[in-house]
Design a protein around this ligand. Structure first.
Ligand SMILES: [Zn+2]
Ligand SMILES: [Zn+2]
Length: 389
């Protein structure tokens, strides 16, 4: 059997792909990770924040410490890749590439086992429930950083559409906040043929859906990025009956706490006003699912330096655009200096990969080596023997 870390990681990636779970229900995955890390000689602590686990390697006497985070969960999607290593768990698959993220961290673990020129502690942070946005908070609430103190946390996400094997990063906000909302419009239903006898929440709801678009068009600074999407419109009516109630649900993305607050305020004002205009009531429930992921400038510099040395400066973009998807890595970045970076998974048009969250998505194994080399170089450079700062 080969001991080349990238070859090992390829096998681990495909095995992890076969045994996906969702949210905190990732016991098979946790068992697999614990076994591999134990076999590599890392010290494993499991059951953190539910099914999360930490694997630790200590070298020398330095108190310096670094955290490498990989997300563990798949999605409740029936796989349609037809791959030999396709999911063995019906209705569940790794459609976001978290299998690849774990395999890259395991590959780095295998490589670091052979490297003795660093002085300090490496914690691999394997985290469940990234997709619902609750896993990082659960591990932090379970004392993650008190039990496994780290100077900084780093993570990668594969991104279809970026050139394969390139690392893209930026200082400041790199991924959006996600807020969810529900607007309950209560009118008075009745016969579809007698609109003068009812208060029709359908017409009011349609007006609200359009009016909410004015928040981005007319309230947000045009140099900022915000998305307001109404995604569901549900009634309790029938084909020939005007409903009593309409519920509109949707999703908001932004890159600052201020814009998130502004959207909520304007949404309440606009829908309340429309309700009054039509003698209906509009009740808004507004929740914050993900905070924006804000990269620490110094950690970004370390990522750029390590990536440049590991994969070459022509494959590194240190000032990339942010994206409007969200990540619960944000929770670590609120607690300690942190940096989240993107690893290109190749152009979709080249057939390497489908979009994230597609039934046809499969992690592009050709980028495993770049991710492993980057992580190893990052650890080596941050925990260099004899360095004091
Ligand atoms: Zn995802
Ligand atoms: Zn993901």
């Amino acid at each position: 059997m080969s001991t080349d870390p990238t070859t090992l990681a390829l096998d681990w990636r495909r095995e992890l792909h076969r045994i996906p779970g969702t949210e905190f229900d990732v016991g098979q995955t946790a068992d697999f990770l614990a076994q591999v890390c134990t076999d590599l000689g890392w010290e494993v602590t499991n059951g953190i924040g539910g099914t999360g686990l930490v694997a630790t390697l200590r070298r020398g006497t330095s108190t310096r410490s670094i955290g490498l985070r990989a997300d563990m969960d798949g999605l409740p999607i029936e796989e349609a890749t037809g791959a030999d290593h396709r999911s063995q768990n019906p209705g569940v698959m790794h459609a976001c590439g978290h299998d690849g993220h774990m395999a890259m961290v395991l590959g780095a673990a295998a490589a670091l086992t052979e490297v003795d020129e660093f002085d300090g502690t490496v914690h691999l942070l394997f985290q469940p429930a990234e997709e619902p946005g609750t896993g990082a908070e659960a591990m932090l609430a379970d004392g993650l950083l008190e039990r496994f103190p780290v100077d900084a946390v780093y993570g990668l996400h594969n991104i279809p559409g970026l050139p394969a094997g390139e690392i893209h990063v930026r200082s400041g906000a790199i991924m959006a906040a996600e807020d969810n909302f529900e607007i309950r419009i209560t009118g008075r239903g009745g016969h579809a043929s007698a609109p003068h006898l009812v208060i029709d929440p359908m017409v009011i709801g349609a007006e609200a859906v359009l009016a909410l678009q004015s928040i981005v068009a007319r309230d947000i600074d045009p140099l900022d990025s915000v998305v307001v999407s109404c995604t569901e419109l549900v009634t309790d009516g029938a084909r020939n009956a005007i409903p009593d109630e309409v519920v509109i649900r949707g999703d908001v993305r932004s890159f600052s706490e201020d814009n998130s607050a502004l959207v909520e305020t304007r949404m309440r004002e606009i829908t309340e006003g429309i309700g009054i205009a039509h003698r209906a009531t509009c009740a808004v429930t507004y929740t914050r699912e993900f905070r924006p992921t804000i990269n620490d400038g110094t950690c970004v510099d370390h990522v750029i330096a390590a990536a440049t040395s590991a994969i070459g400066g022509d494959k590194v973009n240190g000032a990339c655009q942010a994206i409007t998807a969200s990540e619960d890595f944000a929770a670590y970045a609120r607690a300690v200096p942190a940096c989240f970076a993107f690893l290109g998974a190749g152009e979709i048009a080249e057939g390497h990969t489908a979009p994230l969250h597609s039934r046809r998505f499969d992690f592009n194994d050709s980028i495993l080596g770049a991710g492993i080399d980057f992580y190893v170089e990052l650890v080596r450079s941050r925990l260099t023997k004899g360095r004091t700062a």
